[in-house]
Design a protein around this ligand. Structure first.
Ligand code: COA
Length: 168
């Protein structure tokens, strides 16, 4: 592998379903800004996951949640992730590794993406341990039963969850 330090493109793509975005995702976005000049949060529609929020709702919630962060863009993408990364002229895919249980699936995805485009690297970052148990599903499950998750999600998400589950 040849490394050309003068030709680095410092744009990373952080893909996910983000149904909804959590403080764990935000933590990862902030960490990625240490390494990348620009980060694109790329929302996959993921209809197979039967999302609670449609892509436009997810887009609005993420935009609101990262409004104070410089150099973060939020977009929806469809199709293959590597095609999108190439289109955006990004160098890397950013993913979080929360626990050993994430590793196998993430390795599989990273290697498949490398097979599809060997020029695109996947960079793994560790979220803060206080969020290491979080998933969007667990947030929805707890919230759906009236649990208080306000410390675990951005304010706009907390409001949307309350509205969706009719809590006041
Ligand atoms: N904090 C909180 N939660 C986190 C987290 C963090 N730091 N990191 C991950 N999670 C959660 C996610 O919210 C998600 O929760 P959920 O399953 O309850 O929704 C879960 O951990 C990870 O789910 P996963 O299925 O691994 O990822 P995803 O749905 O967020 O994103 C894509 C997967 C979109 C990146 C992938 O499907 C993709 O690339 N799709 C495009 C099509 C493609 O190219 N496919 C081939 C890939 S090889």
């Amino acid at each position: 592998m040849t490394v050309n330090s003068r030709k680095k493109i410092k744009r990373g793509v952080y893909p996910g379903t983000f149904d909804p975005i959590t403080n764990g995702h935000i933590d990862l976005i902030k960490r990625s800004l240490v390494l990348f000049e620009e980060v694109i949060v790329a929302i996959a529609p993921s209809p197979h996951k039967h999302p609670l929020f449609d892509v436009n709702e997810r887009l609005e919630m993420i935009r609101d949640s990262v409004a104070t962060l410089k150099c973060v863009d939020v977009e929806v993408f469809d199709g293959l992730l590597v095609d999108y990364v190439r289109k955006k002229k990004a160098a890397s895919v950013i993913r979080g590794l929360r626990a050993v249980s994430d590793f196998e699936y993430e390795l599989q995805m990273a290697l498949m993406n490398r097979k599809l485009d060997p020029r695109i690297e996947t960079v793994f970052l560790m979220p803060s341990e206080e969020y290491s148990y979080l998933t969007s599903s667990i947030i929805k499950a707890v919230s759906g039963h009236g649990g208080d998750v306000r410390d675990l999600v951005p304010p706009v998400v907390w409001k949307s969850l309350q509205k969706r589950f009719q809590k006041t």
